[in-house]
Design a protein around this ligand. Structure first.
Ligand SMILES: Nc1ncnc2c1ncn2[C@@H]1O[C@H](COP(=O)(O)OP(=O)(O)O)[C@@H](O)[C@H]1O
Ligand SMILES: [Mg+2]
Length: 271
């Protein structure tokens, strides 16, 4: 489990950016984190593998405190982080080398490294790019490669910081499908996004504002609670319509209503 308790943080000579954050994330759980630009999401992400340390409170990864420097290597094996722009993360001259990079420090036999890399490339659908240069991959493939580099280490948790924000809808969907398959394998996901339609796929949706958690509940409960006029996230039009119909007692809001077909069918049935 990841356990964040009363976490507060401010950058040197800046104001407070995270203010008493409390979050628990279990293995196999998919938690979406949304909030306006600058509310502290990426700063929170950087706390989860010890890149930043709390000023107050604590972050524990499977019982390991991120302030404990002797656990940092194990913590980074346990929690993988993928950022919005994957370019800076590539080091190898082929994808295979790149994905294997983190394993080098584990002193594993070559055959085992190749097996783990094959597995990670299969999960992310990148087998045929094994010997390609990472620089030649598309944006979506680069994000998949970054995910492969994290899961090859056997990460129990993945933190994804706006990884689809530069991708087209079909690549975004492929990434989300990979994440849902990882969740099934027991990986815990903290998925930072601007898109409510992506957050709807999660088990829990956490909304942040100005360094604080506003709410932490199922996506449908959060959307009902904050309503259509909140300034923290934008509802896609279909969801806005579904929410209005829910408020009018015509149908019940649920996550499949993002399909025009399902929404139209439910409206027909209720009239
Ligand atoms: N390296 C940094 N040094 C100083 N201030 C920073 C740094 N990174 C982010 N900030 C500030 O911290 C606040 C939160 O930023 P960030 O965590 O990136 O928010 P988000 O990811 O939600 O957009 C912002 O006001 C931002 O300007
Ligand atoms: Mg950010």
């Amino acid at each position: 489990m990841i356990s964040i308790k009363n976490l507060s943080y401010g950058y040197p000579n800046g104001t407070i950016v995270l203010d008493s954050i409390n979050i628990e994330l279990r293995m196999g759980e998919f938690v979406a984190l949304v909030g306006s630009n600058g509310c502290g999401k990426s700063t929170l992400a950087r706390h989860l593998n010890g890149l930043l340390k709390p000023i107050k409170g604590s972050v524990e990864i499977m019982g390991m405190d991120t302030r404990n420097q002797s656990d940092i290597w194990k913590i980074r094996q346990t929690v993988g982080i993928v950022f919005q722009d994957p370019h800076i993360q590539f080091i190898g001259s082929t994808l295979e080398e790149d994905v294997a990079f983190g394993l080098e420090n584990l002193a594993l036999p070559g055959i085992e490294i190749r097996r783990l890399v094959s597995e990670a490339l299969a999960i992310t659908g990148l087998e045929k790019y094994r010997y390609s240069s990472p620089a030649s991959l598309s944006g979506g493939q680069k994000q998949k490669a970054a995910i492969a580099g994290a899961i090859v280490m056997g990460s129990k948790f993945l933190v994804l910081d706006e990884v689809t924000s530069m991708l087209d809808p079909s690549s975004s969907k492929e990434i989300l499908d990979i994440l849902l398959s990882l969740k099934k394998k027991g990986v815990g996901l903290l998925y930072i996004t601007h898109r409510v339609e992506e957050a709807l796929l999660s088990d829990r949706m956490i909304v942040m504002d100005k360094g604080k958690i506003v709410t932490d509940d199922t996506p449908i409960a959060v959307i009902k609670k904050l309503g259509q006029d909140n300034y923290l996230f934008e509802l896609p039009p279909l969801l806005k319509l579904a929410l209005k119909l829910d408020e009018a007692g015509i149908l019940q809001l649920h996550s499949h209503l993002l399909s025009p077909y399902t929404l139209a069918e439910e409206i027909c049935q209720s009239l």
